[in-house]
Design a protein around this ligand. Structure first.
Ligand SMILES: *Cc1c(COP(=O)(O)O)cnc(C)c1O
Length: 371
């Protein structure tokens, strides 16, 4: 039985009537940019997370970039982040005109090693961008303490973690601001690109609001130079229809993660993900470490089972950041994770039979690798 990495079709089939009706509503009005669906989505995501201000933008990447532009990062300024993330986390720092400063990860959770932050702070540091990787919040309390001490902004990269919680608080309300992505494969995925900036600060919200609309709040009058980063009404309609299901979908991901981990308990070579104390992990990805990772991928592929490597290269070792002067051997925990991690099929509609298939394939691979 083939088991895909993700099955968006299964999700669509389960709520097809709601999605189709929402899309039809937008077509009936022919209002494709802005309007009640976008405003409705902003209000509902603000309510879901508890964030004070919510601004829909064109992508998760823009959510990160517009926040950095809103705080006014200057050339030569530095922004501290993790070396183990999707490229957008660091690319937006560079595109905002700042220098990304990378720290290694905690090898148990894959989120940024908070103990390395203090030593990387200089007179040019402006912000810290922790990433809630795979659906689990970074260890935010120590990050917030360091940031408060040095007056730094904290922007959560919550692209993979909408619905996650940390010591009873919701992701997206922990720092000064948060970036969410609605890319189709994210826990709340649209029918295309989309994103949102969430923030507790009215002045930042106002600035992001200007930046996403060419710096204008009165048509043809431009207070600052911005860009076009709007969310389509069609995306907002689809996301609004899906949002009421998100909590249930995240719970289903957690159940599937627990089942994988329970079954892998019999295979000591497989390192399963951990949920750190006080966390509510929403398993955007279920990521294991496994011996001979690339061979494992091939074995899965032969059986028609999907898998993925998030991520094969740490950001500090990317070709485009060569001029920053990092050595390959910097951030060794991230480098090791890049060699060992393997993301297995994970989505709310995944069946137990499918999971058994995945577990059997990994187990057979591991036993084969013993000899
Ligand atoms: C998906 C993702 C982004 C970027 O979001 P887009 O909507 O694809 O632009 C940023 N950071 C992380 C960690 C992501 O997973």
């Amino acid at each position: 039985m083939p088991v895909p990495m993700i099955d968006l079709g299964a999700q669509y089939a389960s709520i097809r009537g709601e999605i189709d009706a929402a899309v039809a509503e937008v077509f009936a009005t022919q209002g494709f940019v802005g309007g009640p669906k976008v405003a409705g989505l902003e209000a509902e995501i603000a309510r879901f997370t508890g964030a004070e201000h919510a601004l829909a933008v064109a992508s998760g990447t823009d959510a990160l970039l517009l926040f950095l532009r809103a705080i006014g990062v200057n050339p030569g300024d530095e922004v501290i982040t993790t070396t183990f993330s999707f490229f957008a986390t660091a690319g937006t720092i560079a595109n905002a005109g700042a220098i990304p400063v990378f720290v290694d990860i905690d090898p148990a959770t894959y989120t940024m090693d908070v103990d390395q932050i203090a030593s990387r702070i200089t007179g040019r540091t402006r912000a810290i961008v922790p990433v809630h990787l795979y659906g689990q919040c970074a260890d935010m309390d120590p990050i917030l303490r360091i940031a408060a001490k040095h007056s730094l902004h904290v922007i959560e990269d919550a692209a993979q973690a909408l619905g996650a919680r940390y010591h009873g608080r919701n992701a997206c309300t922990l720092g000064d601001s948060a970036a969410v992505s609605f890319y189709p494969t994210k826990n709340l995925g649209g029918a295309g690109d989309g994103g949102m900036v969430l923030t507790r600060h009215a002045d930042i919200a106002e600035r992001v609001g200007l930046l996403r609309a060419h710096g204008s709040d009165t048509t043809y009058y431009h207070r600052i130079v911005g860009t076009n980063s709007r969310l389509d009404a069609l995306q907002a309609a689809v996301l609004l229809a899906k949002l009421p299901h998100l909590e249930r979908w995240n719970a289903a991901r957690r159940e599937r993660a627990a089942y994988y981990s329970q079954r892998f308990a019999e295979v000591p070579e497989v390192v399963v993900p951990i949920e750190a104390d006080g966390n509510y992990h929403v398993y955007h990805q279920y990521v294991i470490r496994v011996p001979r990772r690339d061979k494992a991928r091939e074995a899965l592929k032969e059986r028609g089972i999907g898998s993925a490597v998030f991520y094969p290269v740490p950001l500090h070792a990317q070709e485009c950041f060569r001029s920053l002067g990092y050595a390959e051997s910097d951030c060794p925990h991230a480098a090791q994770a890049c060699r060992e991690v393997l993301a297995l099929p994970m989505y709310p509609e995944l069946t137990e039979t499918q999971q058994d298939e995945v577990v059997e394939a990994i187990t057979a691979h591991v036993i084969g690798a013993r000899t």
